[in-house]
Design a protein. Structure first.
Length: 115
């Protein structure tokens, strides 16, 4: 189990970016308001469908829909072999309560940028 380490994009100039190769189950820390973006690059030979799941998810009130369960986590749309997906974490924040685990992403390279 690896922890996906964020890279701060604050300041000027170039900086090194931390890239984490994911295994069967990995974790990340979501910091609200940092405009964090998770970038997932699938370098494997097949499509993968990662699941991002916070331990504290339950029901969320959504205007026009009522109560919606986020308990099962956020299923990232399938990432084809050689493709990259980018997820603005603030857009899925309700799925990121408590300890956040990423599964189903074995072999994906993950980069977490905070702005």
């Amino acid at each position: 189990m690896a922890a996906i380490t964020p890279t701060s994009m604050q300041g000027t100039g170039a900086r090194g970016v931390t890239v984490t190769t994911l295994g069967a189950s990995d974790t990340l820390t979501y910091s609200a308001g940092k405009m964090a973006t998770l970038i997932l690059r699938n370098g494997t030979a097949g499509a993968l469908t990662p699941l991002i799941d916070g331990a504290g998810g339950g029901n969320v009130s959504v205007p026009g829909l009522g109560l919606v369960s986020v308990a099962a986590g956020y299923s990232v749309p399938s990432i084809a072999a050689g493709a990259t997906a980018s997820i603005p974490l603030d857009s899925i924040r309700e799925y990121l309560k408590g300890v956040v685990t990423v599964t189903g992403a074995d072999g994906i390279s993950a980069t977490l940028l905070e702005f």
